[in-house]
Design a binder for this molecule. Structure first.
Ligand SMILES: CC(C)(COP(=O)(O)OP(=O)(O)OC[C@H]1O[C@@H](n2cnc3c(N)ncnc32)[C@H](O)[C@@H]1OP(=O)(O)O)[C@@H](O)C(=O)NCCC(=O)NCCS
Length: 159
């Protein structure tokens, strides 16, 4: 299965919300996707397989950091390599625009943590009680793009 990433447009949002509600205990609302779509630095793509929306990815570019705010694959399409291929496609698109990708993930979300580790993310911090419904800590994970994490950190602190 080869995913194609397509700019998220308003007519995609009903399907996106359906997936969102199926995969998260505390799902984003329509306004959250609209907010991201309307931000100049927002990055919103749907993941398509044979003309069907099977997932999506949302993030924000802040200087040279890409913050991955949401990534989901519909339940029927999970564990088929789409999450991994989607992330790879996002990294390729960002190659010249971002030096590092950051994200938060629920401590109990083993599937996502496993995927992120396999894609080269490292755990950098824990945010206590970051999530509500249910209340849970977050892992903060970072992945450098075409640089070493230590080089990126020292550049940030030199500015
Ligand atoms: C996390 C998510 C995006 C992964 O997408 P996916 O298409 O199922 O992932 P892939 O098939 O590409 O799997 C890649 C790796 O992720 C891990 N993984 C994926 N699903 C898993 C599961 N159910 N249990 C354990 N590990 C899992 C495995 O390490 C897997 O590697 P493997 O195939 O060698 O075993 C998907 O499970 C999802 O949408 N979850 C709900 C939303 C979510 O939690 N998003 C992340 C928020 S931070």
């Amino acid at each position: 299965m080869t995913p194609v990433l397509v700019e998220m447009i308003p007519s995609h949002i009903d399907r996106v919300i359906k997936i969102e509600r199926a995969v998260y205990p505390s799902p984003w609302k329509r306004r959250d996707f609209e907010f991201a779509r309307n931000r100049k630095n927002g990055f919103c793509r749907v993941v398509m397989v044979e003309c069907e929306i099977v997932g999506y990815v949302v993030g924000f570019l802040i200087d040279r950091e890409f913050h991955l705010a949401n990534l989901a694959i519909a339940p029927d399409f999970q564990h088929k390599g789409l999450g991994r291929r989607t992330l790879k496609a996002v990294f390729d698109l960002l190659e010249t625009r971002a030096r590092v990708v950051s994200l938060e993930v629920r401590m109990s979300n083993c599937a996502a943590i496993d995927l992120y580790k396999k894609m080269g993310f490292e755990t950098m911090a824990i945010r206590k009680a970051y999530y509500t419904h249910p209340r849970e800590d977050a892992l903060v994970m970072l992945k450098p793009l075409n640089t070493r994490l230590s080089d990126w950190v020292s550049q940030v602190f030199e500015v």
